[in-house]
Design a protein around this ligand. Structure first.
Ligand SMILES: Nc1ncnc2c1ncn2[C@@H]1O[C@H](COP(=O)(O)OP(=O)(O)O)[C@@H](O)[C@H]1O
Ligand SMILES: [Mg+2]
Length: 225
């Protein structure tokens, strides 16, 4: 699905990381952990084409990102659902419209034409909040809304950046179970998190590969957690 081959990235000056290689196989489940500032968000951005590798090769659905123009990246992005770390919404639009936004902004459908919107809101447990405005939502509700929005285009891959960043333990378990459920439905999932408790909790739910990014390199981190 997504493949990184000997990738380096630098914002300016020294490389943030280098020599990174990874294959996200269809249906796989990965955790990406590492200290704050180690490059987890940057890594995800390389995976969905928001940034281009300074060195090495990133391919998305068998196409080299370096060969993709903006339209091609936008097209590939439709198959990758991203849950952003800061989950921003348009505060003047009700939750349901925010979730449907990836479809409605492109003029493909109006909110009531989006078939799976209701189903998606039920699945994340936000039916009762469909008409609420984003500032009225709790942290956990925002995170679940961000997940629903990432899924509205039925992507094959879900990249979640600290999806449990602002929620209590119970809610983070709930979000984890939703992500595991998506993986059981065949979706490829990668979760960036510094929360080792969450990764430990996942062990009994899903066979996940655990990667750790630190000091500019990527390592497997299964055994020491
Ligand atoms: N747009 C940017 N310009 C310059 N430096 C950045 C930018 N975004 C992130 N960085 C720096 O790159 C490093 C890695 O950031 P990030 O990928 O967000 O790490 P993490 O998600 O692991 O906390 C940090 O030192 C951060 O300050
Ligand atoms: Mg980050």
């Amino acid at each position: 699905m997504i493949e990184l081959d000997n990738v380096a990235y630098s914002y300016s000056g020294a490389a943030l990381f280098s020599g990174l290689s990874l294959q996200l196989a269809p249906g796989s489940f990965h955790f990406l952990t590492g200290p704050s500032g180690s490059g987890k968000t940057t890594f995800l951005k390389l995976c969905y084409g928001a940034l281009r590798a300074t060195e090495g090769r990133v391919s998305v659905f068998d196409t080299d990102v370096a060969d993709m123009d903006r339209d091609a990246v936008a097209f590939a992005r439709r198959r990758i659902g991203v849950v952003h770390q800061d989950c921003q919404f348009l505060d003047h639009l009700p939750l349901a419209e925010n979730v449907a936004l990836p479809l409605t902004v492109t003029g493909q459908a109006s909110v009531d034409q989006v078939d799976n919107l209701r189903e998606l809101l039920t699945w994340v447990g936000l039916t009762a909040k469909a008409d609420a405005l984003p500032p009225e939502l709790s942290g956990g509700e925002r995170q679940r809304a961000a997940l629903a929005r990432a899924l509205i285009l039925s992507p094959d891959v879900i990249l979640a950046d600290e999806p449990t960043g602002n929620v209590d333990w119970e809610m983070s378990q709930r979000l984890l179970r939703l992500l595991v459920e998506l993986n059981k439905m065949g979706k490829t999932v990668m979760i960036a998190t510094h929360d080792l408790m969450l990764i430990r909790a996942a062990k009994s739910l899903v066979p996940a590969r655990i990667l750790r990014i630190a000091g500019g390199t990527l390592q497997s981190a299964g055994a020491d957690l």
